[in-house]
Ligand binder design. Sequence first.
Ligand code: FE2
Length: 319
Amino acid sequence: MRIEVAAAPRRRNLDGGRVYAVTEPAAPASALVTRAPATPPSFGETPFPVRNGLAGHPLFSDERIEELLRRLPRARVEVRRVTVDPDPAGGWKRGPMDPDVDPVAAFRGLAQRPTWMLLHDTWKHDAGYRDLLEQYLAELSTLFPELAPGVSDLGCWMFLSSGRSVVHFHADPDQSFLNQVRGGKTVFVYPARVLPEKTVEELVYAYDQGVVTYDPAYEPQRFEPVHLSPGESVFLPLYAPHRVINDDTVCVSWNVGFNTARSRRRRDVHCVNLELRHLGLTPTPWGRRPRVDAVKRASRFVFKAKNRLLPFTRPKIRV
Ligand SMILES: [Fe+2]
């Protein structure tokens, strides 16, 4: 299978981005991702497990990760100080950036200093991870027919984090599989519907998880916590907020995110609703009236054109 990932897929685009076509099986006998007993045949609103074959994979050895850290531009390595469980500050807020620390030193110090590292754009700077992403998507597509027509906004993100560290409450502007490679962690997932409609609109429009904030009122609707050990993965549904608490040891995780034709259609409705709200209107939320949603999807191009021609009219999102 060849999947068009070499040409720098974009995650933070606003216009849907390119579609990565899935055309034929590449390595049918390989097992980067396999079905678990509770894996459903399609994506829905709830998290579910799959299994991964990444534990012990050479791309996740200390030496190979350090090679990657040296290769990545410093701006593409996000290093944050984090709280450790139990979260003393409360609120599951994002910790401050540590922009001056050397990434390799931060990685080596994970066992001593509570730190959370997020490696962006690895597939653009290292062919090994690009090939891994390509193969992972190929195998994933054999499990989920929804992916067969191709995906967009494809990307992978590596997380390196200290034992007992807490990952802030947030939502992502896509759906993804979180794969545990080393160490263990517990993932707390909430239904996307807990978020205010305006927050979802801003999330998909700005592509910045900073618009999402925690509210204790969400807790009663939280799904059962999911514990991940090496070789275990969880599907994080579209826009579903989540937070994470690590076990006692250093964790290495690998997230693969994407949009499908279905999620792109939903995103278009949210983006049009945001534009309408910006005009002082109160749009019908996504999903209430399918025919109205269809009209909004069809009119997205009007707002794109408006924003290109009159950029000063583009809604500003405060993050
Ligand atoms: Fe996330």
